[in-house]
Design a protein. Sequence first.
Length: 133
Amino acid sequence: MIKVAAAVIVSDGKILAAKRKNERLGGGFWEFPGGKLEPGETPKQACQREVAEELGDQCEVLERIEVSRHFTTPYGELEIDFFWTKLKTYNLKLVAASEYRWLTPEQLESVTWLKPSEPVLEVIKQTDLRKFE
């Protein structure tokens, strides 16, 4: 089982989406910043580390998102913990992505998401994002 943590970053009623670089597996698709847990790391710690590595910023992890988290991929079983998060400084860098966009819940369908990100989209649409401000 591959364990992954991903950040659903909220700011001003919008969500940060990251487009995978074309040379990466799943290139051209959109996702939430995140990655595999390292040995001894909790999902929350992995979420914070991945945001720092992929965006060059620190984040505050607010709460875990209750959503279906198990996926079958060509590389094995995947378990993802998604977290509502906020950035601390908003000094974003293009490290792991080719592009970033801030999307309103209504704009989420305007990009093509990686399959493991899809269950979170409905949760986002049904959540009052102002509660995270």
